[in-house]
Design a protein around this ligand. Structure first.
Ligand code: KG4
Ligand code: ZN
Length: 349
């Protein structure tokens, strides 16, 4: 058996994975930098790069030891080459390239968002095409129409903040410690989502996302009601905290699912899927399931570990490229931001 080795270091998680030659995940290890960034309330880019430098060798040695995979059996190495914090990307990128070079196997540079995009197939390989995939993370909110394992087109993008960023920013206003998104999800479960009104963004073209207005509305609701929090004490929170988070979450999820629903009507896909860190959100998972049921579509909602940043998704895309016989990308460069082909530019729909 041959194996694929992959690395993910685009933001604040150092992750290493091994997949077998059929694209099955053998092991996926994630080392969170949670405690290093916690005192600052968010990710500090320089600390992130230094943490990756500290973690990458022990993680690599650990996965080889645990899986007992012989380095002679590694057939390809992949790593994220962007988008992300460039200093962080470069750690995994340089390490993976050097490793591929020394093992004399092909290297594949992986687009982080594309890795999120194809992660719904890791656990559900028979998810039919064309698929509509909502990729929602801390830095990105996109809908893609995916034709196959090579071709996909951008349908919607955000004009300002990403959905995860919106959850993080409103969480921060309530002094919720980093990482705010999962905590907002947990607290919202106890609140009344109809208590506060958040107007949904309305744009002329109606395909893109916008979260900055919702974020501002959140600040207004706090101000109007004289709500504030000195210290975040999870065991002693007033009811309004649960209610305002539940109402905000409802609006964000409604905005996301409205766009998914109209894209479903427009493109008539065989399946829908979600991925990226925000795809771990309880309400979003529930509402996407409802859309799949309504339109009678196949659905893939990955396990949470494959939603948030992980090297297995990087390995899966490396596997697809390696299996497709694509040449090594040892000379490729890293990048901080990504460009996409928009559906309107490619197809006349
Ligand atoms: O994909 P990811 O791990 O990293 C990026 O590529 O950005 O996504 C992280 C984002 C953060 O904004 C985090 O707050 C959000 O995903 N997130 C959540 C949940 N879990 C993670 N947002 C809402 N509900 C969650 N359960
Ligand atoms: Zn990500």
């Amino acid at each position: 058996m041959k194996y694929i080795l992959s690395f993910e270091t685009s933001c604040d998680d150092t992750s290493v994975a091994i997949l077998d030659e059929n694209g099955n995940v053998v092991k996926n290890i994630i080392s969170s930098q949670f405690s290093a960034h916690k005192p600052y309330g968010g990710v500090v880019p320089e600390i992130a790069s230094r943490e990756h430098l500290k973690n990458i060798v022990p993680l690599f040695e650990g996965i080889i030891e645990e899986t007992e995979v012989d380095l002679k059996d590694i057939c390809a190495v992949g790593s994220t080459r962007g988008p992300g914090l460039l200093g962080s990307v470069l750690v995994g990128f340089s390490f993976a390239k050097s490793l591929a070079y020394s093992l004399q196997v092909p290297y594949y540079g992986i687009n982080h968002i594309e890795a999120h995009l194809y992660s719904p197939w890791i656990e559900k390989r028979d998810l039919p095409f064309p698929a509509l995939v909502l990729v929602v993370s801390g830095g990105h909110s996109h809908i893609f129409l995916v034709k196959d394992f090579k071709n996909y087109y951008l349908v919607s993008a955000t004009r300002d903040d990403a959905a995860g960023e919106a959850f993080d920013k409103v969480g921060k206003k309530l002094k919720i410690p980093y990482p705010q998104g999962p905590k907002v999800d947990k607290l919202a479960r106890k609140g009344n989502p109809d208590k506060f009104h958040f107007p949904l963004p309305r744009m002329k073209k109606g395909r893109d996302f916008s979260f900055s207005g919702l974020k501002t509305a959140f600040l207004y609701r706090l101000k109007e009601n004289n709500f504030s929090i000195d210290n975040f004490d999870e065991d002693n929170l007033p009811d309004w905290v649960y209610d305002i988070l539940a109402s905000f979450e409802k609006a964000v999820v409604k905005h996301l699912t409205n766009r998914v629903e109209s894209a479903t009507k427009r493109f008539n896909p065989e399946s829908i899927a979600i991925s990226g860190g925000v795809a771990a959100n309880t309400l979003l998972r529930e509402k996407i399931r409802e859309i799949a049921d309504k339109f009678n579509l196949s659905l893939s909602i990955p396990s949470s570990v494959y939603c948030t940043d992980n090297a297995a998704m990087v390995g899966f895309l490396t596997y697809l490229k390696w299996k497709g016989g694509l040449p090594s990308e040892l000379n490729s460069d890293a990048f901080a931001t990504a460009q996409w082909e928009k559906i309107g530019e490619v197809e006349g729909k």
